[in-house]
Design a protein around this ligand. Sequence first.
Ligand code: HEM
Length: 510
Amino acid sequence: MFFVVVLTVLSLPFLWWYFFLQKFKSLSLIPGPRLLPIVGNAFDIGDSPTGLFNNCAKLLNQYGDVFKLFIGNECKVFIANADFLEEIMSSNVHIKKSKAYDSVKPFLNDGLLTSTGSKWKKRRKLITPTFHFKILDQFLEVFNSSTDILIAKLSSEVGKDWTDIYPYINLFSLDVICETAMGVKISSQEGKNSEYVQALFHYLDNTTVRGFSAWKRFDFLFKFAAEYPLHEKSLDTLQKFPTGLLEKRRLEKSQEVVENTSDIGMKRRVALLDLLLESEDLTNDDIKEEISTFMFAGHDTTTSAVTFALLALAENPEIQQTVHEEILAVVGDEKYVSMQHLQDTKYLEMVIKEVQRKYSVVPLVERQLEMDATICGIDFPRGATLSLYLYGVHHNEKYFPDPEKFDPDRFLSHRQSERHNYAFVPFSAGPRNCVGQKFAMLAMKVIIIKILKEFKIIQVPDHKPQLGMAAVLKSYNGVRIRLMRRDTDFNGPLRTVCVVVLFFEKVSIS
Ligand code: HEM
């Protein structure tokens, strides 16, 4: 009897494994690394942000643009193929996020990024107008003034052998997102609130790694992991932040005499937070989850995008030179970067797109199928995880030959129109696309324009970023550049020459 019990208990995991594999039998034609019993592919993916990044890229090379992994209790199908991405991203049905997003729920709760169904739809409808073009136009003021503070800070770095630009841009982004979306000035560039940045860094590293770990993904087992204490401390800091922000904004609003109307009689910008505060349907907790969501979704992403853009400009001096010439012709010596300037800097836009391709800031997003679905002729069972590998599609030779080469000309309009629409999706696409994408593009343009007007950016010899994915793509050995001040006298003949050069550039762009 005893042996029967022991045998039954020992065979349970194998039985579970057998039924688990049976469930995903229809995916048998999708390639993937060899499976070990019960643990599946747990050892194929790595347990650090850099390991994840390198292993995903390796698997893409080895198995092609659709491959599968069995990790923990999940079957993840990695997709770096534009036809599949189109079917999934454009669907109004496959909008549920995967189990991996559950591990950020203690921080984000059920905000716009993590929620689904009718809750998500209602919130998305409520929030979208706060990112309307007219409101973004008024945010330009903050983008400009925050960049001026950044430039003053960077001035002390001029002439040094190298500067890790990441912490500077990180605080800049935090200030910008708080002052625009939340309507609260937090002055982190001046040394306040920077513990939030540290907490976010640790928290995201741990949560991403948990999503790919066979055992750390389970809350009970994660308590035994070495990183658990720091994870909990970081979470506590992150949870307190929205409370402080909310109180500050409520106080400021109560003290405002003239509300919503600017000096010239126009409606003043309605920050996201004000809109949420005015909505009668939302509780305090509802508002806090959206504050955390927007802080998370807007801050780290913008930081990485800007730092990689500066790195790419340092590594490609001719491209930097062309961007600078365009800035001279469009912005000249004006201090304030306006919407018109941003619309006219077409080459810079191509450069930013190429940065987002080469350094896909959000390398991976995931959905979980709530029903059986046939996608590009393959039958996917309910419960399968679709790992939309944005970094992978952006490095897929089929769409971007010689993918490691930094080449903004890939985004010349005729070349873009020849490419699959879903081959370039840095902000995702379809109903669950990035609500802040215009915001991010404008912020990136302002900061790059102002930095390049002030400084020449030079590559640091032998510095190669060590890339890792922790929700957002980051460099784990910093992003080092050298800063030199530019000659600021651009009037007279030099400026004319630049305008002429730019004219020919523009002809070649359009
Ligand atoms: C370069 C900067 C940015 C990149 C590359 C980026 C990319 C993305 C991507 C790929 C998604 C889809 C995520 C998923 O499906 O899990 C997303 C969603 C989202 N992004 Fe961004 N983002 C950026 C900046 C911003 C900014 C500045 C904000 C806010 C101010 C923002 C707010 C959001 C929100 C709220 C969502 C969830 C939308 C929804 O599910 O309805 N993002 N972003």
